[in-house]
Structure formats: C-alpha cells, structure tokens
Ligand binder design. Structure first.
Ligand SMILES: Cc1cc2nc3c(=O)[nH]c(=O)nc-3n(C[C@H](O)[C@H](O)[C@H](O)COP(=O)(O)OP(=O)(O)OC[C@H]3O[C@@H](n4cnc5c(N)ncnc54)[C@H](O)[C@@H]3O)c2cc1C
Length: 426
C-alpha cells in the first residue's frame, strides 16, 4: 500500500535533517522524517559522563539558530564548551596565528558540543511538535518523480508519495544518486582519527591546531569535570582538563594509531605521540577512549535542487574537518531552505516551484563552494614539504597575526557570519 506524506518528506535524521524537521514543524508544516538508524531508546544523554567521541565546533550563527528553536538552553543546561581563543601553528616551522574573542568584542569564538547531546536536544524539541512524524529503521532504496509527485521506496517494502523531498542523508546520499545528481569528489588522501584525552595543564578555553607534515592535529577544549565516571584526577581541580582530538593523517598512520588505542600500553604510546604533536603545550596527556577514524572525502553536488527535491548538509557538500565547518554549513542550508519555503507558502506560492528551489541553491551553493575551496587550499599549503611553500606559510601566518583588520575578517568567517544567512542566524 502506498502511504502519503502531507507536506514534505525528509530523508536522513542526522543533525541537519532533524533541524530542518524542527524548522518546518515549528511553522506548522506536516513533516515525515525518515532515518535508516534505530529508534532512539528515549534515554537522553545527561551530559555528565565521560565526553562523547564525536563533537562539533559550532559557530555563533548556528548557536543563534538553535537558540531560536529552543534547543540551545536545553544543551547549555547540560554540557557545552565555549572557547574564547584559537591557536594555529605550523609544527615544522615558526609560523603561528592566534585569535581572541576580545579582538572582535564577543564572548566566545564558538562552542564545542557533543554530537549525541545535540541530536538528543533536537529530538526532544521535535517531541513537542505534533505535525512531525519520525520513522526509524526506514532506509530509502528507490525514488521516482512523475507529474509533480515523488514516490519513495524503502528497504522494508513500504512506499510513500510526497510533493516535496529533502535529501539530508549524508555524504554518500542515496537520494542524490537515485535522483541522478552528479557530484564532484576529491579524496583528500587523509582520514580523521578521533579520541578523547585528559591533559595535565588546563586548556584555558583555547582550541589548538598544529599542522604536522601528515596533516592537522586539533585539541578541542571540553568542559568536563576532572573525574567523570570516577576516574582519578590527573592534576588541578578545574573543568578544563579534557580535550577532544581530531587528527587528520594518512590512512596507514591512522590505522596504526587506532590499533594503539586498543590496549593500555598502546594508549600510553599514543598519548606520547599526541603530546609531541601538540608541541607539549598541554603537558602530559592521557588517552581515555578508543580512537576510531573516518575517511575524509570532499564532495560537492553539481546541483542542490531538482524537480520537487532539495539537498542539504553533507548530502550537498562534505569537506575536510580542519576548520570544523560541516555541521555549520548544513545548519545554514536548512535555515535558508526553511526561510524560502515558509515565506513562499505564506504568500500562497507552491514551495515546489522551480524558482523557489533555485533561490535556495543560489543563496547556499556559492558560500559553500568558497569554504570547500579554502579547505583544499589550506590542505595543499600545509601538506607541502616544498621549501618555498613552507616559507610562505611561516611568513603568512606570522604576517596575518600582526594584521588586525585581516584577523578580524577571519574571525568573522569563523563565527559563521559571512554569506547570505537566514534571518534567524544573523
Ligand atoms: C572527524 C570529524 C570531525 C568533524 N568536526 C566537525 C566540527 O567540529 N564542526 C562541524 O561543523 N562539522 C564537523 N564535522 C562534519 C560533520 O560531522 C558533518 O558535516 C555532519 O555530521 C553532517 O550532518 P548531516 O546531518 O548532513 O549528515 P549525517 O550526519 O551523515 O546524517 C545522515 C543521516 O542520514 C541517514 N541515512 C543515510 N542513508 C539513508 C537512507 N538511505 N535512508 C534513510 N536515512 C539514511 C543516516 O542514518 C544519518 O542519520 C566533522 C566530521 C568528521 C568526520
């Protein structure tokens, strides 16, 4: 039997798709959200245990969006880690650049949030919206568009018809493929290893990133009591002795490092490598979790829209995590898409109208392309052992560090304030 979605079907209930469901549900739209994953067990994480492995650095623009949706207060009451400074340096040379929130008169440059906590916060707000229905264990496997209606087929054999469909199903989007939307793809030659550590010295609310010859190593500050789960304290008494690690490196190195984290002796060895990688700026390090790794493939869909269809988040673009922008760009996508659709409906227009979809694509694709290009450039510049490029990056970092107007511009970019943002993100 074919079932009917009412206003829109969203494929993918990750951070981006769930935020879109909230935005549209809040405007009274009847939304069906389909996700391949299991139904959540209803136990929202309390944010008081050891830190989660997957975290995101969220910009001020994303924070404003989540505040407008009522999600931020829920998160802030649990666990978030605002950071007031950033330090980025070339581990092979002398170049270094530092950013301080005070330079632009803001309290923080961004906030580190655990992904599972953010998803739980989004889902509990969704529970307040009767017009949104979530379907779990619903994996899309077929798609057809005919006469203004899309038919969606799921692996369990169920079939749905919908006037509008959104692909929020991640970097390897099935919907994008089924709709025949081409994607340009660039393997970065790196994978991202993640783990959590405790450090001897407090991070002081600074996000640190060292560019090593094999790729960038980030220590992202967390706000975790010293003894989550009753672990003995390493030093001091404050909440700033935990960091989330994102280490982008070659696939063979990542395999070796992931294996090290399998046992206690290996974790000791991994900790020594992390200490050396970060130039011993945080003292002694202890690895407190496993260290899985993820492929880093940059992708950009050649079109964001099709007849009655829009792509958002990683389904439209995925990029190197070195600047922590993936979730943020996805959030800006859905804020703009919802703004265009809600306004269209308010003036009596059909949200599936090609001109409305084209406006969404126009407002987002250029900004996302700039960020993808910047990540590629950074990776090339810092991945190069050529003496001329090494010299350039040392001069470049040091020079920019002394140029306050350029630094202010870069901070504005990091705050997510560049581009044609939706009103609720400004
Ligand atoms: C190591 C690492 C660190 C990162 N750090 C940051 C950071 O600091 N800041 C930042 O902004 N970004 C960061 N990113 C990027 C960020 O994680 C992604 O951009 C973001 O998670 C994308 O969200 P999404 O909802 O678009 O896709 P996903 O999170 O991939 O979600 C897709 C959803 O679709 C569902 N799905 C998939 N296929 C189907 C199907 N066929 N049918 C139904 N459902 C389906 C999946 O179950 C999933 O729930 C990082 C990435 C990595 C790898």
């Amino acid at each position: 039997m074919t079932q009917e979605t009412r206003d829109v079907a969203i494929i993918g209930g990750g951070l981006v798709g769930t935020t879109l469901a909230l935005l549209l549900g809040e405007a009274g739209w009847r939304v069906d959200l389909f996700d391949a994953g299991p139904r959540p067990d209803g136990m929202a994480p309390a944010g008081d245990g050891p830190p989660a492995l997957r975290v995101s650095a969220l910009t001020a623009a994303t924070e404003r969006l989540l505040t407008s949706l009522g999600v931020w207060p829920w998160l802030a009451a649990r666990r978030v880690a605002p950071y007031r400074g950033m330090a980025v340096w070339d581990a092979e040379g002398s170049g270094e650049i530092g950013f301080d929130a005070e330079d632009v008169g803001v309290a923080s440059l961004g906030t580190i949030v655990e992904n599972d906590l953010l998803l739980a916060g989004l889902r509990q707000r969704l529970g307040d919206l009767p017009s949104v229905t979530c379907h779990f264990e619903a994996r899309l496997s077929g798609y057809r568009r005919e006469a203004g209606v899309s038919t969606l087929l799921f692996e369990d054999g169920s079939r749905w018809r919908t006037p509008l469909v959104v692909g929020a199903d991640g970097g390897r989007s099935v919907l994008r493929g089924l709709a025949g939307i081409a994607v340009s793809e660039r393997d970065t030659g790196q994978v991202a290893l993640v783990t959590s550590v405790r450090t001897e010295w407090g991070h002081g609310g600074i996000a640190r990133q060292a560019f090593l010859p094999t790729g960038p190593l980030a220590f992202l500050p967390l706000n975790v009591p010293l003894s989550p789960g009753g672990e003995p304290a390493l030093a001091g008494q404050s909440n700033d002795h935990h960091c989330s690690i994102v280490w982008s490196t070659t696939p063979s190195e990542a395999k070796r490092l992931t294996r090290l984290a399998d046992n206690d002796a290996g974790r000791e060895a991994l900790a020594r490598e992390l200490e050396a990688g970060i130039g011993e700026r945080l003292g002694q390090v202890r690895v407190i979790d496993a260290a899985p790794h993820f492929p880093i493939v940059q992708r950009h869909a050649q079109r964001y829209v099709d007849d009655g269809l829009a792509l958002v988040g990683d389904a439209a673009h995925s990029l190197h995590p070195l600047a922590g922008q993936g979730v943020n760009l996805g959030m800006m996508d859905v804020a703009v898409l919802a703004e265009e659709w809600v306004r269209a409906r308010q003036r009596g227009a059909d949200p599936a109208d090609a001109r409305i979809l084209a406006r969404y694509a126009r407002r987002r694709r250029g900004d996302n392309a700039v960020m993808l290009g910047a990540m590629q450039g950074f990776q090339r510049l810092f991945g190069s052992a050529q003496p001329a490029l090494r010299l350039a990056r040392n001069w470049g970092l040091g020079g920019v560090d002394r140029l306050m107007p350029v630094k202010r511009l870069m901070i504005r970019q990091a705050l997510g304030e560049a581009g044609d943002l939706a009103e609720r993100c400004r």
